[in-house]
Ligand binder design. Structure first.
Ligand code: ZN
Length: 161
């Protein structure tokens, strides 16, 4: 069976950035599973895996446009220190949730603290990065009606409920 929309795909993978640093991984013992064609993984990964079968091993590089997007300078801003809780040290790498214009909550990361205030970045942490996946296809099967209705995989590598 080859990977097509509405298949459950089970993978082992190692994800590295362009510097070769490992960002994430899944193993045969603890695999990752997703439903193909539902945009639950980045577009470039779905595209490269389409048509593949169990046992296929691929080295894939995915440009930002098909991964987490370009890094947008408009999503970086400096806010006054007094907008943050008192009594805690604000340091680069900390994460907060900021209210957005739609009444939602979006995660932001502190990238710098300087005399003007706190620089926060609302881009995805992997925005602007080319991602390098070493992937092995461990399983391909048709998703069940229940999995398609839920939009996620049940069982190994997926949800248990
Ligand atoms: Zn479910």
């Amino acid at each position: 069976m080859n990977i097509a929309d509405d298949c459950v795909v089970t993978l082992a993978y190692t994800l590295r950035d362009s510097a070769g640093e490992v960002l994430d991984s899944a193993t045969a013992a603890e695999p990752f599973a997703y439903v193909q064609g539902r945009r639950s993984v980045i577009a470039g990964l779905e595209k490269q895996l389409a048509g593949r079968a169990v046992g296929d091993k691929l080295d894939i590089s995915i440009e930002p446009a098909e991964a987490y997007g370009e890094h947008s300078p408009a999503r970086v801003q400096t806010v006054p220190r007094d907008r943050f809780p008192e009594g805690i040290d604000i340091e680069p790498g900390m994460q907060f949730h900021a209210g957005d214009e739609h009444g939602g909550r979006m995660p932001v990361r502190v990238t710098e603290v300087n005399e003007d205030g706190v620089v926060i970045d609302a881009n995805h942490p992997l925005a602007g990065q080319t991602l390098h996946f070493a992937v092995e296809v461990l399983g391909v099967r048709a998703a069940t009606a229940e999995e398609l209705a839920h939009g996620h995989v049940h069982g190994p590598g997926g949800h248990h409920h």
